[in-house]
Every structure is written in structure tokens, then in C-alpha cells.
Design a protein around this ligand. Structure first.
Ligand code: PAZ
Length: 397
């Protein structure tokens, strides 16, 4: 690529960034989040501690400014919340940028679970409430880890809701991470919408499902009299699908016209957090395209690692795609998968090492171990190399 082309494409990313951020307003909480993140980062930069920004959960796409309806996605934030715990265990300080009300590190063990939270509690004869004896050991372990993270100020939780909130928060926090240099790690596990309604095209109020209020808008507020109800406008007779009475307003079809969300990974790599290691996730449902899409993303954005996963097998396997490395499939070991009724041996052998697992060969339910317990040490190893390479590079200057 010629330097001219590079300059042109770099500035087009910059133009897209300016256009997006100036026309889609930031969340109200951004200044408080920035202040909290700045002091958190400064504290850990001074201690020469590695800091990871973990993004987690899905972004919403509001259809109205005063939002009644929005588009959402499947992500519960399991990957992000679980990964955050393993990063803390590995000595990182964690900024957890998460979808509001999605799973959180530590509390995730007791929320969104099939058991009701109250089932984890027990009433003593004296009326005091304690943990249910069956859950006490695990609860104590989780509580101790959570309290230790809080006591040492190792976990900063920042919530977002919409796609625009997320992008403003991501940009601000990534820029604040610059003083960390290569010690910064961005681990982008959130399920970020690819489409949105830009602010300038978004309805202010709840989108109406009938044309009953259209006349009010054209004519201004008016009193509905018996006569006006009995004499609908002649040019467009009002009726709905079920009742041809002229007094019933027409039901509307809603066609949602979405713009693509600009891809800001290049801006992140080149401008927002240029020295940190950047890990993005790629989710697909079609096994035939996963690795290809992960490689394409890596080539396009020139970051450090893409972790590919499939919707149906994401708790069982992921693939690491990194420049200069063979594709590396990380899997829950056979011995730690629950047994199927028909047994696992034969089907396990059918799974080839460098191909996605066939979901039909997996047992029902969750694996016995969390795959994030395998992912984080592998990411940490690559991050250590990233730091070493950066140190060698700055030493040779
Ligand atoms: O939140 P979760 O654990 O249910 O799902 C995690 C995930 C699949 C959203 C994540 O691993 C991922 O792939 N995030 C990036 C999705 C994408 O933008 O392609």
C-alpha cells in the first residue's frame, strides 16, 4: 500500500469518527466515568500493574430518543464477567465496561441463574438469614475474592446501555489508558451492534402503532367531537385489519431503516490506545466462515489477536487467530465435558483439531469447567510477549 493510500484511508477513519461522535451525543454519566477511570488507571500505572479493559454484554439500538422500544441481542455477558474474574486472579486491574444489568464478575454466580437468588439463603431459628449450607463453601470463596478485589481497588465497573453510549465510553477509556503503554490490554468481548438509528433520524417520542394521532400533529391539539368521530377524512378512510368500522384508526406497518455502525477498531489501534495490546472477538453462527472472518478482521485492523467463537459452541471452544501464529483452537478437554448418554469417546475422535466442533457431539448443558480459565492464561502469555517486544523496541531506540 502506498503512503498516499494510507494517509487517505487514515483520514477517512478520522472523518468517520468525528462525524459519528459529533452527531450522536454521549451518555450523561460519561464525565463521572472518565473521572473514575482516570484515577483508577493512574493508581495502577504508578504501581506498574497491568490493566485490562474488558467489554461485556450487548449494546441496545434505541428506536426513539425517549426510548420505549429498542433492538437488542443475545449476549448475557458471561464471557466478559467470567474473563474479568480470571484476569483479576492473574494480577490484572480490571475496568469492566458492561451492559447495565448484564452479568457481573463474582455476583454472576448467583444472578441470572436458573435458581432463584432466595434459594441460596436460609433462615435460622433465631430469624437471622445466612447462606444455605449447601452453598456456603463456594459462596465464601466467591465473597472473599470479591471483597479482596474491592479492598485493593482492582475492579472498576462502568455500565453502558446503547451502542452510542458504548462507543463514547470505549473511546474515552481507551484514550485514558495511553499512559499504561504496552501494559494496557483491551479485551473486547461485548456483542456490539452493527446497525443503528442515527440521532438525526430518531423519533423523539414513542412510535405510534396507528394513525390515530396523525391528525393531531397536522392540526394541533383539538377536541374530538362526536361529529368528527363519525366523519373520518374522506381522502383516506380509516379502518384496521379486523374491523372495517370507519371510526377505528389504521394499524401501521413499521419499517426500521438502520445505518451501519462505523467500524472504529482501526481508530482504536492507531489513535485511541496505540501501545496497548488489542484483543477483539468475532462471533459467527456458520462454522465455514469463522476463521476466514477472524483473519479478515486482523488484516483490516492490524491489531494483535482475534478470538473467534461460534454461537452454539462458544462455551466449549474458541480459536485464537494472531499474526505470525498458527490458528490455535482452545477447547474444554474431553475429560471435562459431561458424558452424553451415548458416550463421548467415538464422537470426540471425529472432531478434527483444526476444525470447529460439531455441536451435535456436545453434551447437553454447560461444560464442567469454564473455558475462560483456559483463554485468559493464553491471552496473558501473548500480552507478556507484547510487553517484552515493546520494551526491546524502546531499548533499541
Ligand atoms: O455474553 P456471552 O458470554 O453470552 O457471549 C459472548 C460473545 C459471544 C458475545 C463474545 O464471546 C463475542 O464473540 N463477542 C464479540 C461478538 C462480535 O461482535 O462478533
Amino acid at each position: 500500500m502506498s503512503s498516499n493510500t494510507t494517509n487517505t484511508s487514515t483520514s477517512s477513519y478520522q472523518v468517520a469518527e468525528n462525524a459519528y461522535f459529533s452527531s450522536n451525543p454521549p451518555p450523561k454519566a460519561l464525565p463521572q466515568h472518565v473521572a473514575a477511570a482516570e484515577s483508577f488507571i493512574n493508581q495502577h500505572a504508578a504501581a506498574n500493574r497491568r490493566v485490562v479493559l474488558v467489554t461485556s454484554g450487548g449494546t441496545t439500538v434505541p428506536l426513539e430518543k425517549q426510548t420505549v422500544r429498542f433492538i437488542d441481542n443475545f449476549s448475557a455477558g458471561t464471557r466478559g464477567a467470567t474473563s474479568a474474574e480470571y484476569f483479576l486472579e492473574s494480577g490484572y486491574a480490571v475496568i469492566f465496561l458492561h451492559r447495565q444489568f448484564s452479568l457481573l464478575p463474582y455476583s454472576r454466580h448467583y444472578s441470572h441463574s436458573t435458581d432463584c437468588f432466595l434459594d441460596f439463603l436460609h433462615e435460622n431459628p433465631d430469624g437471622s438469614v445466612v447462606a444455605n449450607p449447601a452453598h456456603q463453601d463456594k459462596m465464601l470463596r466467591v465473597l472473599r475474592k470479591y471483597n479482596a478485589a474491592k479492598r485493593q481497588n482492582l475492579l472498576l465497573m462502568l455500565p453502558f446501555v446503547t451502542i452510542t453510549d458504548y462507543l463514547h465510553e470505549l473511546r474515552a477509556v481507551a484514550q485514558l489508558m495511553r499512559p499504561l503503554g504496552p501494559n494496557g490490554l483491551l479485551y473486547l468481548a461485548a456483542a456490539v451492534s452493527d446497525f443503528f438509528v442515527p440521532a438525526e433520524r430518531m423519533a423523539e417520542h414513542k412510535i405510534q402503532s396507528t394513525d390515530a394521532t396523525d391528525m393531531l400533529k397536522k392540526q394541533g391539539p383539538t377536541t374530538v367531537t362526536k361529529e368528527s368521530r363519525e366523519q373520518p377524512q374522506q381522502d383516506e378512510e380509516a379502518f384496521d385489519n379486523f374491523d372495517s368500522s370507519p371510526a377505528v384508526p389504521r394499524s401501521k406497518r413499521l419499517i426500521v431503516d438502520l445505518d451501519p455502525v462505523p467500524k472504529f477498531l482501526k481508530n482504536l489501534v492507531d489513535g485511541w490506545a496505540p501501545e496497548g495490546m488489542i484483543v477483539s472477538f468475532k462471533l459467527e453462527t456458520d462454522p465455514a466462515i469463522l476463521v476466514h472472518k477472524a483473519k479478515y478482521s486482523l488484516e483490516r485492523y492490524q491489531h494483535h489477536l482475534v478470538i473467534g467463537n461460534l454461537l452454539s459452541t462458544r462455551k466449549w471452544e474458541v480459536v485464537f487467530v494472531a499474526p505470525g501464529h498458527e490458528d490455535n483452537w482452545i477447547r474444554v478437554p474431553f475429560s471435562r465435558r459431561k458424558k452424553t448418554i451415548t458416550g463421548t469417546e467415538e464422537t470426540d475422535q471425529k472432531n478434527k483439531e483444526n476444525e470447529p466442533l460439531d455441536p451435535a457431539t456436545l453434551p447437553e448443558g454447560e461444560p464442567e469447567i469454564e473455558i475462560e480459565g483456559l483463554i485468559i492464561p493464553a491471552v496473558e502469555e501473548l500480552h507478556a510477549k507484547h510487553i517484552k517486544t515493546a520494551a526491546a523496541r524502546s531499548g533499541s531506540k
